[in-house]
Design a protein around this ligand. Structure first.
Ligand code: NCD
Ligand code: ZN
Length: 347
């Protein structure tokens, strides 16, 4: 017998759609979302309200007609970001949030922030206007082990920022550690996105039996006890935790390389995999909160009005192993087990 689960249409609170051929190739895979927070780490980054509006128009032009996806744009915070531009872009409905990348922390983060005191006026203005700050929470200090960078970031950067700017609404993006989960659980005005791949893989998946570049992303997957903490947080029903796939496509040649870049492409299968994870945890009734309700509430938005149905069938769900983007290919995230949940659109 098929099992059916009807939920409000999901949103994705952390998504990379890129630009040009890559945008054209990946955007249709996210078209069935309600809303998605679009990351601004293009080359060059999306820094001003005018750039965000232009990028939003390129995204809309790359989508098929009559899709449900509404892109919610973000600005890439730099040390020279003008608070007035952020406020104006927000007031005009162009942006939903601002993204903080510590300089050098991840893909295309060279223009990020080095001296966090320099962005204090922007953060103060955002707190006043209720604009959320999305944070890539890793320190870049070369002396800090890559597996510890999230936990150290909380103590050295995130907590001081939140104390200095009370009322600032913060999303700890793609949280990967039990430390991050505990920090979010203990705070007000803070939420966290959790990716699908971090619910599924630990660091062994990347390193045991050979290096698997398609499991390499930032923050890097940690030990199994951290993955378990993420599953527990995601399936707990705590509204501070919500979906952010961090689907981050890169051409295969750039990942399968002597210096492979970070990012997992999960747009085609993240929801099916999430349904599997929640089923395994005995928490299918909480999937709707995680995928469709909590993020919207954090951003002060209503849930999407329409629904989708997930159906569990005996036959596994299928998706392409890789997709084509211009002359290049992009490998789709492989959870490593069969997934029996299929999506049907009720719209
Ligand atoms: C992201 C990318 O490729 O843009 N990569 C990743 O590993 N997650 C950047 C990011 O969100 O850190
Ligand atoms: Zn990301």
């Amino acid at each position: 017998m098929d099992t059916k689960l009807r939920i409000r249409r999901p949103d994705d609170w952390h998504l990379h759609l890129r630009d040009r051929e890559m945008l054209a190739a990946v955007a249709p895979w996210s078209a069935n979302l309600g809303r998605a927070i679009i990351m601004p780490n293009l080359v060059p980054p999306v820094v001003t309200g005018a750039e965000a509006a232009a990028y939003r128009d390129r995204i809309l032009a790359a989508l098929p007609e009559n899709v449900t996806l509404r892109p919610l744009m973000t600005l890439y915070l730099t040390e020279t970001t003008d608070p007035a531009d952020v406020l104006a872009a927000h007031a005009q409905g162009i942006i939903a949030a601002v993204k903080l990348y510590p300089a050098g922390a991840t893909t295309n983060s060279a223009s990020g922030v080095r001296d966090f005191d320099r962005v204090r006026p922007v953060l103060d203005a955002m707190a006043e206007a209720g604009i959320p700050l999305c944070v890539h929470g890793e320190v870049t200090d070369p002396a800090v082990d890559i597996f510890d960078r999230e936990a150290v970031f909380i103590d050295r950067v995130l907590d001081p920022i939140r104390r200095a700017t009370p009322g600032l609404r913060v999303v700890m993006e793609h949280v990967t550690t039990a430390d991050g989960v505990a920090y979010v659980q203990s705070g007000d005005n803070i939420g966290a996105t959790i990716t699908t791949h971090h619910l599924v893989i630990n660091r062994n998946h990347i390193l045991v039996g050979g290096i698997r570049p398609h499991y390499y992303c930032l923050p890097v997957a940690k030990r199994e006890n951290h993955r378990l903490a993420l599953v527990e947080a995601a399936t707990s029903g705590d509204p501070r935790f919500f979906t952010g796939t961090d689907s981050a496509p890169h051409p295969d040649h750039a990942k399968e390389s002597a210096c492979g870049c970070a990012g997992c492409f999960t747009a085609p299968n993240w929801l099916q995999i999430c349904a599997h994870v929640f089923e395994q945890a005995g928490a299918l009734d909480r999937l709707e909160g995680f995928a469709s309700l909590h993020g919207a509430a954090f951003y002060g938005l209503d849930p999407n009005p329409d629904h989708i149905t997930l159906t569990r069938r005996d036959t596994p769900a299928r998706w392409p192993e890789r997709i084509t983007a211009g002359d290049e290919t992009v490998t789709v995230f492989d959870p490593g087990f069969p997934v029996h949940w299929h999506i049907e659109d009720d719209a």
